[in-house]
Design a protein around this ligand. Structure first.
Ligand SMILES: *Cc1c(COP(=O)(O)O)cnc(C)c1O
Length: 468
């Protein structure tokens, strides 16, 4: 591709993206939210063998519509109520494009000072915007980094905690970790990767609202110590995936302090709510957390992937993850003047992700993110009142932030059938979970272009799909 061809193709692609994104918002009925294709249908449209000669750009571009779009679940669709949202926004799409165009690898400060220093500035900006404790500021012993996902942040927290415990004399086969049955699957996975099998992840009892019971945590820790184990980390969730439950971090932090345990707080979805001053309660207890993560790629409009991970004291993290071969030595790092983010993450190489966050904040603006969050919360309140007004339905958990968990009084089979029937229409998408052993439909209102009318239509769809 010549530079001239690139210019032409690039303009066409930006036009195509703008058309796709606005099409989803303006004519959502044209796009079934969940791809209706059968397994193998997309693969069948991809030639069995690679082309022997380059193809023309117009053919390749046309295949976005022919091959790709029908095989998409449209995460940016206004009736996407499944999982948690994964919002993009135009400024952040441009940031991704610019990062690809710059083509730098920011593994060390020296391999692109701008990539490192803008990233550090963005973590400090976000600390300020979310009103997080001073201990996470880059000017002190702590600081933050952009990870791809919350899963990687949790793994890094576990590795730092493990390092701290083992430096104090614990052996790997004694270490035990604490979370709850409601914690994200990435916690068990991170522990497994770190050499701590599921048998040594204690699932602390939860209360009726699915939040960790601090008294049960203290009892579990005491029991493990008595049995010769070494408790080392607690992972508290602020906004669980199943029901958006909030583990009581201040009381959990008190146990961690008394017992010398690392406290990691996972607020991948809900943490972004703290952009709104009236929702800063989501940060409760963070002043005692050792590490924290939240995802601008969920509720903020910074394209996947963008997780923010902060530590109160970076020493354990760096000690756990830093290895210095000769070919990566630099004078600036040896003098301790710069951050080398390779030491804050699993891989060596890293993308220039700070650009999309910087541009989203500068071009979209705080007020726009706050307005979106407040709009979602107002619609969620209305949805709850609609659910309460239909006696075939009931809430399966207290509605929390922008997540409503509902089930049919008729039972699990009816709820499962409702989810499948509604999703099969392509008009909206929901996910299923299980709470207290019973099937539940999760209805999460978090799309950048989701308005009241979309939620009203989705609620009408659910009412229509209930089997008589
Ligand atoms: C979404 C989510 C995760 C996983 O996020 P990734 O960034 O996809 O790894 C972990 N924990 C919670 C509470 C989540 O909501």
């Amino acid at each position: 591709m010549t530079p001239e061809e690139f210019r032409t193709a690039g303009h066409q692609l930006v036009d195509w993206i703008a058309g796709y994104v606005t099409g989803l918002a303006d004519e959502p009925h044209r796009f079934p939210v969940r791809s209706p294709l059968a397994p193998g249908s997309v693969r069948a449209l991809v030639p069995e063998h690679p082309p022997s000669d380059p193809e023309p750009w117009p053919t390749v571009l046309a295949d976005l519509n022919r091959v790709v779009v029908p095989g998409l679940t449209h995460w940016q669709h206004p009736a996407f109520f499944a999982y948690f949202p994964s919002n993009s926004s135009f400024p952040s799409i441009l940031g991704e494009l610019a990062a690809a165009g710059l083509g730098v690898n920011g593994m060390l400060w020296a391999t692109s000072p701008a990539a490192t220093e803008i990233e550090t500035a963005m973590l400090d900006w976000m600390r300020e915007l979310l009103d997080l404790p001073e201990r996470f500021a880059s000017s002190g012993p702590g600081g933050g980094v952009i990870q791809g996902t919350a899963s990687e942040a949790t793994l890094c927290a576990v590795l730092a905690a493990r390092h701290r415990a083992m430096a104090a004399g614990a052996s790997l086969d004694q270490l035990v970790a604490y979370a709850t049955s409601q914690s994200h699957s990435s916690i068990e996975k991170g522990l497994r990767i770190a050499g701590i099998p599921a048998e040594r992840l204690r699932l602390v009892e939860v209360d009726a609202d699915f939040a960790m019971r601090p008294d049960a945590l203290a009892a579990a820790v005491a029991g493990d110590r008595a049995a010769g184990f070494m408790p080392f980390v607690v992972i508290a969730s602020r906004g669980t995936t199943s029901s958006m439950a909030f583990d009581p971090t201040p009381a959990i932090a008190a146990v961690c302090q008394a017992e010398g345990l690392w406290l990691h707080v996972d607020a991948a979805m809900a943490g972004i709510a703290a952009l709104c001053p009236e929702l800063r309660w989501v940060n409760d207890g963070l002043e005692l957390a050792d590490s924290y993560c939240t995802n601008p790629h969920k509720w903020m409009g910074v394209n996947f992937d963008c997780d923010l991970f902060w530590v109160a004291d970076r020493a354990s993290l760096l000690a756990a993850l830093s290895i210095l071969p000769e070919y990566l030595r630099t004078a600036a790092a040896e003098a301790g003047q710069v951050i080398d983010y390779r030491d804050w993450q699993i891989p060596l190489g890293r993308r220039f992700r700070a650009l999309k966050l910087w541009w989203a904040i500068r071009l979209e603006g705080l007020a726009s993110f706050q307005a979106m969050i407040r709009r979602h919360l107002a619609i969620t309140d209305e949805l709850v009142s609609w659910v309460e007004g239909d006696d075939r339905f009931e809430l399966a958990a207290p509605a929390s932030l922008n997540l409503v968990c509902v089930r049919l009084r008729a039972g699990d089979a009816a709820t499962d059938a409702l989810i499948e029937t509604a999703n099969a229409t392509g008009e909206a998408l929901f996910t299923r979970t299980v709470l207290h052993g019973r099937s539940v439909l999760r209805f999460c209102i978090g799309g950048r272009v989701t308005e009241r009318a979309h939620v009203e239509a989705a609620w009408a769809l659910l009412q229509r799909c209930v089997e008589p």
